[in-house]
Design a protein around this ligand. Structure first.
Ligand code: GUN
Length: 297
């Protein structure tokens, strides 16, 4: 058996960011509009600080405006909601992202629901969740959207394929299942209570692993030739005291069996920010009623 094709998320995301940059230039030249992304960070979680810094860097690279709001950990829910209300009303802000997780004293769902749905570039607002579930046009969460782009780039049509999504989070698992359903896949959502998980995974032509458990999906769970999308990013300690990033799939095993597989890092990860930029330019086009300008990106 030949080894799996390694799906290059770094390359694909760079191409997507180039397309977004082109669209940003066009909107500036033709309509004098510069898409703007506001990112709100509460507290000092080191991982969140890194994500937010990268989002800002990439937004500026593609020619967008980036508005960063860093709030103290003890900010009140009311203060955060007031900031969001201001961003909702600011015509220079087309996309709003509140970095999760939030401190415990803040109701994250209430915060998500305060964001204007057409500026909700994360696609977490119930309006966007409902649009995805009912086949309408809304904002699609970035990580599932990026995963779907990689799948379609590799496989072309997904019609009729059996897909399994391992993990049922609101951020990845559930929206991923809806996207696959929209592509006419036969979709199974598996989770921590699923019985005979290896057998369920073995039936699938497409495996999306998004459980957040390091290397849980083993090579002998994979149907020969299947396409494996590994959404997990887990840092594990090594015996020598160092650490490394691994996905939710045992990569060395799975690549012997799969037809194609995303690596960690360098697979789905870089797609998330690229899709955030894509969603922001789409949001700007929709808010300015530039019809047809959000197609094909
Ligand atoms: N924290 C981890 N992933 C995400 C994401 O996709 N969006 C937001 N807002 N916060 C996150």
């Amino acid at each position: 058996m030949t080894e799996a094709k390694i799906i290059d998320g770094n390359l694909f995301s760079a191409q997507l960011r180039d397309k977004v940059a082109q669209r940003v230039r066009d909107m500036g030249l033709r309509h004098r509009i510069t898409p703007g992304l506001a990112v709100v960070l509460v507290g000092e979680d080191p991982a969140s600080q890194v994500y937010v810094r990268n989002k800002r860097k990439r937004a500026v690279e593609v020619g967008m405006r980036s508005f960063e709001h860093t709030l103290e950990t003890d900010v009140t829910e009311h203060e955060l909601l007031t900031l969001i209300a201001g961003l909702n009303d600011d015509p220079e802000v087309h996309g709003i992202l509140v970095q999760l997780p939030l401190p415990k004293h803040i109701d994250a769902q209430k915060v998500i629901e305060a964001i204007r749905p057409d500026k909700d570039v994360d696609g977490f607002h119930p309006w966007n969740v409902g649009m995805l579930a009912s086949g309408g046009v809304g904002m699609v969460p970035c990580t599932p959207l990026g995963s779907l782009m990689l799948l379609k780039d590799h496989l072309g049509s997904l019609t009729g394929l059996k897909a399994i999504v391992v993990g049922r989070s609101n951020i990845v698992g559930k929206p991923m299942a809806h996207l696959l359903l929209r592509e006419d896949c036969t979709v199974t959502i598996a989770h921590s209570r699923t019985r005979d998980l290896p057998d369920e995974v073995r039936r699938a032509d497409i495996v999306v692993a998004a459980v957040g458990r390091p290397e849980m999906v083993r090579g002998d769970w994979i149907k020969p030739g299947a396409t494996v999308i590994d959404v997990g990013i887990n840092r594990i300690a090594l015996p020598d005291g160092k650490s490394k990033l691994v996905g939710d799939v045992r990569f060395d095993e799975a690549k012997q069996v799969a037809g194609a597989i995303t690596p960690v890092p360098g697979g789905v990860g870089p797609m998330t920010i690229a899709c955030l930029l894509r969603n922001t330019v789409v949001a700007a086009a929709r808010q300015h009623r530039l019809h047809g300008e959000d197609e094909g990106i």
